[in-house]
Design a protein. Structure first.
Length: 402
């Protein structure tokens, strides 16, 4: 991707990475991603907003050189310091001898450890402060936890352009700068939702705060850090509305208490069914379904768990541990919003039974409210044990009303 104009004096100089399929270890990126970066030229000074992943330094540098000499850059602004935003900074600053690095207060602390260079010319960009490029102003707007504590927006009022950091972005890669040229809108919408769920889902109140700050501006164009540039009259209003709907406080119409399990020989399944029967006997109107994890889309199950009022999870013991699909499910628990969420852990085992206590330890580490520690049976549960499982489900459901 070569450099391209966003406006007459703002240029997109970022990098496309269509081959990426996993981002930050856990995020699937079926449609690739982009590392967006922008040059803003004023009559007197030049700023670079965001940088790029280190892997693409040579091409990134060539893109910058298409619009300015790196030595002419006066400011490097990092709205967020994660390595996909700051990876090239160490090498780039060698070519930008007069550039001052502007970051939030939290970013100033993170950046020194990310780059291992305590001598970087870092200045803190406080909320509401601005720099004058000569006919172009860049104002900094604090946006913490969108999605790191260091996150901020940068606003250019003369161009009505907001550099939004990760907000309203997507891991989606087409060879176009703007949303107006999108070839596969349905795939973009899928990527946009997945990106929100993974990155901003844990921070709904901060999303609402960020949206309120954006609405106070007369934004025509949003220059995201990943995915297409969004424009008023095309995707910008739609994207804002989606964020608003997804981040509003949500209350389930009926108590949502899903039961997730894997079962090697059907024994853990029997426990799941009896626990379900006990929950429904205690709370007849509960939305309580039992899900064999191997039979459902993992993304759907993870979303269900994170929306739940309480949940149960069961596993057999294989190789002295819970089975991989259960761990996969729990690896995507929204650790912030699931704190104190009630959970019941159960399972059948043969030799040693480590699965249930291992799951309990994990869930306690996530600050979940684990109910009665565990419910386990050895091999095939007898009728008496099945009734105990049902009573356990009833007690679990009754505890939710306390």
């Amino acid at each position: 991707m070569s450099a391209s104009n966003v406006t007459k004096d703002i240029f997109a100089v970022g990098i496309l990475n269509p081959a990426m399929r996993i981002f930050d270890v856990v995020m699937k990126t079926e449609y690739g991603t982009s590392y967006n970066s922008y040059v803003v030229k004023g009559a007197e000074k030049t700023a670079l907003v965001e940088t790029c992943h280190l892997t693409f330094f040579d091409q990134y540098l060539e893109n910058i050189r298409q619009v300015t000499d790196p030595a002419a850059i006066d400011y490097i602004i990092l709205n967020h310091c994660e390595p996909d935003h700051s990876g090239v900074l160490g090498r780039l600053t060698e070519l930008c001898p007069k550039a001052k690095i502007l970051v939030s207060q939290a970013g100033s602390l993170y950046l020194k450890n990310i780059t291992n260079n305590p001598s970087l010319p870092i200045s803190v960009a406080k909320d509401g402060e601005q720099v004058d490029l000569g006919g172009k102003t860049l104002r900094f707007i604090s946006a913490p936890f969108l999605h790191w504590p260091d996150s901020m927006f940068t606003w250019c009022p003369e161009e009505k352009v907001l550099f939004s950091c990760d907000v309203l972005g997507s891991h989606y890669c087409e060879p176009y700068t703007f949303d107006t040229n999108m070839a596969y809108p349905a795939k973009y919408e899928e990527a946009f939702k997945g990106y929100y769920d993974a990155i901003f889902g844990p921070f709904p109140s901060y999303v609402q705060s960020g949206l309120a700050k954006i609405r106070q501006l007369d934004v025509q164009t949003v220059c995201t850090s990943h995915g297409p540039v969004l424009t008023r009259g095309c995707r910008l209003e739609w994207a804002m509305e989606q964020y608003d709907q997804w981040s509003k406080p949500h209350k389930n119409e009926r108590p949502l208490i899903p039961i997730f399990y894997c079962s090697a020989y059907g024994n853990t399944r029997k426990l799941a069914q009896m626990i379900q029967a006990g929950i429904l006997e205690q709370i007849p109107d509960a939305d309580c379904q039992a899900y064999d994890i191997n039979d459902y889309d993992m993304g759907m199950l993870q979303g269900l768990l994170n929306r739940s009022d309480a949940f149960a999870v069961g596993s057999p013991t294989i190789n002295a541990d819970a089975v991989a699909p259960v761990w996969n499910l729990l690896s995507h628990v929204d650790a912030i919003n699931n704190r104190k969420r009630p959970v019941l852990v159960f399972g059948s085992y043969g030799w040693s039974g480590e699965a249930v206590p291992n799951l309990v330890a994990r869930l306690k580490g996530l600050k979940s409210a684990v109910f009665e520690e565990e419910f386990r049976t050895i091999f095939v549960p007898a009728e008496e044990e099945l009734q105990k499982a049902k009573e356990c489900g009833k007690r679990f459901a009754a505890s939710l009303a306390k």
